[in-house]
Design a protein around this ligand. Structure first.
Ligand SMILES: Cc1cc2nc3c(=O)[nH]c(=O)nc-3n(C[C@H](O)[C@H](O)[C@H](O)COP(=O)(O)O)c2cc1C
Length: 229
């Protein structure tokens, strides 16, 4: 490889970034005046519309947490439900995110549905469900999900890929044999939203941002505001 190969690679990479289109499609119009008083039905509507528009895996989201010093980290998770209690997801409480949530039980979620130029940002406090609810959540999922959960040790340093293969083979075998095998660290979490922002991209870059903020419990309900894009 010649000395200038890294430069050429960098140039090609930048050229690629500049050439990639964004919102190369007809985007829906979002009228905030028609939005419901509560963000939940709008979220459900947007996820349903994203699925109908063919958005790949519209129920995946980014979960951001922070450690005790405030250092942030994020990762992709599956959304298991969104209801009057909040947004549900599940993971090992011994994982990095689980440990971060134990010391700082607040988080943010991000959804992006490129097919519709829509983004949703949610922030709030996170509560861990009890063992029975967490078990019930895992029981509803696939054999593969159970096998993955049974492997455990999530976020620990892995000495070799072969070690994972061995653990995974054993976990798949057990998951098939014992579909309700318990996974003690598997935990269902619910994020109760304090803020939910809906972003509708616009071809002329006049994006619509509608932000819901939860009112104090004594008042109940939500206030809404538009945000500059
Ligand atoms: C599409 C997708 C879905 C995922 N869903 C989950 C999930 O529901 N639960 C989970 O623990 N990890 C899930 N992961 C793996 C996480 O992104 C992450 O790698 C793992 O949870 C470890 O995160 P942590 O080390 O920050 O705790 C998913 C990854 C992808 C790419």
């Amino acid at each position: 490889m010649s000395d200038d190969a890294p430069d050429i690679r960098q140039q090609n990479f930048r050229a690629l970034l500049r050439s990639l289109p964004v919102w190369d499609t007809e985007l829906p119009h979002f009228d905030p005046a028609s939005a419901p008083a509560d963000p939940l039905p709008l979220f459900q509507q947007w996820l349903t519309e994203a699925a109908a528009a063919g958005a790949p895996e519209p129920h995946t989201m980014t979960l951001a947490t922070a450690d005790a010093t405030g250092r942030p980290s994020l990762r992709t998770l599956m959304l298991h439900d969104a209801d009057e209690h909040g947004w549900h997801f599940a993971t090992h409480r011994t994982s990095r995110k689980g440990r971060e949530l134990a010391v700082r039980p607040e988080a943010a979620l991000g959804f992006y549905w490129a097919a519709l130029g829509r983004q949703v940002r949610i922030q709030g406090m996170v509560t861990a469900a009890g063992a029975a609810e967490s078990r019930a959540d895992l029981a509803k999922r696939s054999t593969g999900a159970l096998a993955a959960a049974l492997v455990g040790r999530q976020s620990e340093v892995l000495a070799s890929y072969e070690e994972l293969e061995r653990a995974s083979d054993a976990a798949w075998e057990r998951a098939r044999r014992e579909p309700d095998a318990p996974v003690g660290s598997w935990t269902l979490y619910v994020l109760e939203a304090q803020e939910v922002e809906f972003f509708q991209g616009d071809a002329q870059r006049r994006h619509v941002r509608l932000n819901y903020r939860r009112r104090p419990p004594a008042e109940g309900g939500w206030t809404t505001e538009l945000l500059w894009p």
